[in-house]
Design a protein around this ligand. Structure first.
Ligand code: AMP
Length: 577
């Protein structure tokens, strides 16, 4: 169905039209086109639409036009399942109401000082967005009165019911005036939702957004066939080649998010885990870092998916394919937002995954294209370009070059030509990485290979091969440990330290909740050595070991001496073992 409706056809104010234009929305999305006129006319509405469809603006736009800007009491209440969503929704209200100067809104949710929220509510806001528990809390305290609230929206109603908010929601609905407008948005229309609408809505107008229109139009969907043990390597390779600013990696379990986060960290990629076990404050912190680009990769479970609302996520990796097709749509909808394009990258490690890809194609009514892993040539080209950039940057630095020039002079007097010197240095810089790339083979192995690999893996007790830093080839032979806490430690941790590396003892361990990327970050940041040059890390209960280049060992020990990691004072020394 060709859709030519414009925002100006929907009967909304010129202030909103201006705001919408400034936000870069050129055309109403299907849910907006269908819901806005009904809500403006005062009807009850059920919108079956998921995140990514523009559902927030579908209710926010008419609400802003419906409230009386000169009357400073709560007139509209929006209930959301999570704090993140409440904050996002309230943010959207603020942007859309930018030119309605007298309209204000507030987000109220648990985990934030209630006094601050009370102060804002006292000032007189027209629009209140909140989580059911905290909204009920304000009602109980008498700090929020709904006597004048003419409209209520239940956003992600199915999610709120799943989270056990039914009693709170019903109590809030009962606080509202009888003569009110009740709007439900929900991804699914399961029985509990329908029961609620029958009880609290009045001849609702039902709008269903067909699945095809849900999310995926602007998202390129691709998959790679890869050995299970090399998923990590392939993902890192794709991140490196494409140089994504921000990406999200989805895993099926919290444990896996931790493993992937640590594994990325050990490869010098700034990653943070986001899952249901984190406190609200921790989640906010992680999201804050991601928004600011202080970490470039979020590693999340499905529970956290809906809270990830950042407009410039360029890629979503399904490290594990989701267990449920609806989850897939939620996951990949983290990219391709706000009119931008994005890519959803899936890893297929066997026949069952391949079947899932087919199911997902049917579900999203879009094709998921098979791709070949970036070739070694592409990667080497990328490394060449990087080297050229690095050389230019280094030479452009205005600093005293005397020692370096003397060294060059010495090399030339040794009978080397300038080309030979340059070639030798380039090989020293790129040689190891190039060799590692040549040795990697991502293709799915035959059945026999797989059996053999499984045997080897269980002997090693590890999940991932070590990264490009110490070479997939060694990992395949199982000589090296991983940069994470593994079963190996308990069996004595026989990690070999390379000849050009020194093993340092660190007085902090699991009890201090440090992770490999904390150690890499601290050493790289404080001692000013590249994160990439740091070798294997083993974290034990009370202490850890880290391999650093031999030449940097003393410097690292000295600079780390009065420093802290996670608030704990660091003590490092050369490992005696
Ligand atoms: P939502 O489904 O409300 O979470 O919205 C998903 C994303 O779509 C958000 O990033 C919005 O900023 C964006 N968006 C909402 N409406 C439109 C529109 N009409 N045109 C383009 N982007 C939109």
């Amino acid at each position: 169905m060709e859709n030519n409706t414009k925002f100006s056809d929907l009967g909304i104010s010129k202030e909103i039209l201006q705001a919408v234009e400034e936000m870069g929305y050129t055309q109403p999305s299907p849910i907006q086109e269908q819901a806005i006129p009904y809500i403006l006319e005062g009807h009850d509405v059920i919108g079956q639409a998921q995140t990514g469809t523009g559902k927030t603006a579908a209710f926010a736009i008419p609400i802003i036009d419906l409230v009386d800007a000169d009357f400073h009491k709560p007139q509209a209440i929006i209930l959301c399942p999570t704090r993140e969503l409440a904050v996002q929704v309230e943010g959207e209200f603020q942007k859309l109401a930018k030119h309605h100067r007298k309209i204000s809104s507030v987000a109220i949710y648990g985990g934030e000082s209630i006094d601050k929220q009370i102060r804002i509510l006292r000032k007189g806001v027209q629009i209140v967005v909140g989580t059911p528990g905290r909204v009920q809390d304000h009602i109980d305290r008498g700090t929020l009165k709904l006597d004048d609230a003419g409209i209520i929206v239940l956003d992600e109603a199915d999610e709120m019911l799943d989270m056990g908010f039914r009693d709170d929601i019903e109590a809030i609905l009962q606080e509202m005036p009888e003569e009110r407008q009740t709007v439900f948005f929900s991804a699914t229309m399961a029985k509990p939702i329908m029961d609620l609408t029958r009880k609290y809505q009045n001849e609702p107008h039902i709008i269903k957004i067909a699945k095809k229109e849900l999310t995926v139009d602007r998202i390129e969907q691709i998959y790679y066939e890869v050995k299970p043990t090399l998923k990590m390597e392939l993902m890192v390779r794709l991140m490196t080649v494409n140089n994504y600013n921000l990406s999200v990696v989805f895993c099926n379990t919290k444990r896996m998010t931790d493993e992937v986060t640590e594994s990325l960290g050990s490869r010098g990629i700034l990653a943070e885990a986001l899952h249901g076990d984190l406190s609200q404050a921790q989640r906010d912190k992680v999201m804050g870092k991601f928004r600011k680009g202080l970490c470039t990769v979020l590693v999340a479970t499905d529970v956290a998916a809906r809270g990830i609302d950042v407009d410039n996520v360029e890629a979503v990796f399904n490290f594990d394919l989701p267990l449920d097709e609806e989850y897939y749509v939620h996951r990949i909808g983290r990219t391709g937002r706000a009119g931008k394009s994005g890519v959803a990258i899936n890893f297929v490690t066997g026949r069952r995954d391949m079947q899932k890809i087919k199911d997902l194609e049917r579900f999203t009514k879009a094709s998921i294209t098979r791709m070949d892993p970036p070739s070694v040539t592409e990667l080497i080209d990328m490394k060449k370009r990087q080297l050229v950039k690095d050389v230019h940057r280094t030479l452009a630095k205005d600093e005293d070059n005397q020692i370096f020039e003397e060294t060059l002079g010495q090399l030339l007097t040794e009978g080397l030509t300038p080309e030979q010197v340059a070639l030798g240095l380039i090989k020293m810089t790129m040689g190891e990485a190039v060799q590692e790339l040549r040795d990697q083979d991502f293709s799915l192995p035959s059945y026999q290979d797989r059996r053999r690999e499984r045997g080897e893996r269980s002997e090693r007790g590890g999940r991932f091969e070590r990264g490009s830093r110490d070479g997939g080839r060694r990992g395949e032979r199982g000589e090296r440990g991983e940069r994470r806490e593994g079963g190996r430690e308990r069996r004595g941790g026989a990690r070999t330290t390379e000849a050009n590396m020194t093993r340092l003892f660190l007085n902090l361990g699991k009890k201090d909740r440090i992770r490999p990327n904390d150690i890499v970050g601290a050493i790289a940041g404080e001692a000013g050595i590249p994160g990439k040059s740091i070798g294997g890390i083993d974290i034990y209960e009370n202490f850890s070991f880290v391999d650093v280049p031999k030449k940097d060992a003393d410097h690292v020990i000295r600079t780390m001496k009065h420093n802290t990691i996670k608030g704990k004072t660091v003590n490092m020394e050369i490992s005696k073992g």
